[in-house]
Structure formats: structure tokens, C-alpha cells
Design a protein around this ligand. Structure first.
Ligand SMILES: [Zn+2]
Length: 190
């Protein structure tokens, strides 16, 4: 699996609701591994970005599986945590606006409001129940990824906010996009 296996907007599969995993088996483990390989290959092709997470639908497999990097500060740590059938059971804290990107929306970043804290329920790859209270960046990431399992993307929150769209320059800075020219009529909003 490579970065070429990651599907991008306007691919309509990204708009589908993913199905729950009924039984965790070797196929589930292979799926999670394929997702991780795709993220790492993508990251190797980018100079300024870290591949922090992926939902299975992003490699065209509509199952409720999400992988999240264990260490956001160390690019050499290539380990991921796998969440099967993840659900948010409670949104808490305040809504905070921050930059967000997506491997399925190349080169575009958005300033998106998310809850600062969530309670999460999922299974791990051995079928054990996971219950977590998450806060900050990791809470944002899980909200983004669980949205993917429901066919939702970060741009949906900002599509009517011309000032919320950014792009990454070659030197790795975020620069506001010209909404009318670069976003309004582009296929990502279809
Ligand atoms: Zn995404």
C-alpha cells in the first residue's frame, strides 16, 4: 500500500458512511496495517507535514477503523494506535478553532472549530474495549477521523467561511487562500 491508494476529493466514496466491524480478524489487522503503510508512504513524500491519522474509507475501504500516530513530536516513531468502531460518547470543554488538514484534501488547510475534550469508546485490534477521555490535539484528531467514518470532512464546517481556508507554501508556512478564486468553484466543495 502506498500514498497512491489514498483517495481524494471529489471522490464520492469519502461521502459514504462506513460500516461497523462485526468480527475482528486477520482482514481487520491487514486493513489497519495497510492504512499505516499508506500514511507513512504519504509522509515520506511531504517535507513539512506529519501523517497523524487515517480512516479506512480514505484507502477506499468503508469500515469503521481509524489509525492514529502514537507520537506527534517524533517523526521517527512510526507506531500507530488502532481504533475499531470508534464512537464519541460525549463532547466536553469549549469549542476551539485551529488549523486542520487531511490526506484526502491535498494542500488545503482550514481553521476548524472542535471541542477541546471528548470521551471515546472503541475496540482495539484484539477486541478489547477501550474507553478514553481525550483532550487537545488528540481530541481534535479523533473528531476529524470519526467524521470520516460518517462521510464528513473538515471542509464541511468551513465551506461558507471564506477566511478559513489556507494552503501550505513550499517553505512550510500557512497562507490564506483566495476563496473566490481557489475554493468557491473548485471540485472539493462538491
Ligand atoms: Zn482527514
Amino acid at each position: 500500500m502506498t500514498k497512491e491508494d489514498i483517495i481524494k476529493l471529489p471522490n464520492r466514496v469519502l461521502r459514504q458512511r462506513s460500516v461497523r466491524i462485526g468480527v475482528i480478524n486477520e482482514d481487520t489487522k491487514k486493513l489497519a496495517n495497510d492504512m499505516i503503510l499508506s500514511v507513512i508512504d504519504w509522509e515520506n513524500s511531504r517535507d513539512h507535514e506529519l501523517g497523524v491519522a487515517l480512516a479506512a474509507v480514505q484507502i477506499d475501504k468503508s469500515f469503521r477503523v481509524v489509525v492514529v500516530r502514537n507520537n506527534f513530536d517524533d517523526k521517527t516513531d512510526l507506531t500507530f494506535r488502532v481504533f475499531v468502531n470508534p464512537e464519541i460518547t460525549k463532547y466536553e470543554g469549549e469549542e476551539i478553532e485551529d488549523y486542520e488538514g487531511c490526506l484526502s484534501v491535498p494542500d488545503i488547510y482550514g481553521k476548524v472549530k472542535r471541542f477541546s475534550k471528548i470521551r471515546l469508546r472503541a475496540l482495539d485490534l484484539d477486541g478489547n474495549k477501550i474507553k478514553l477521555n481525550l483532550e487537545g490535539f488528540i481530541a481534535r484528531i479523533l473528531q476529524h477521523e470519526i467524521d470520516h467514518t460518517n462521510g464528513k470532512l473538515f471542509i464541511d464546517y468551513i465551506k461558507n467561511s471564506p477566511k478559513a481556508f489556507y494552503k501550505l507554501t513550499k517553505s512550510g508556512e500557512l497562507e490564506q487562500l483566495d476563496y473566490d478564486k481557489e475554493i468557491k468553484n473548485s471540485s472539493i466543495l462538491w
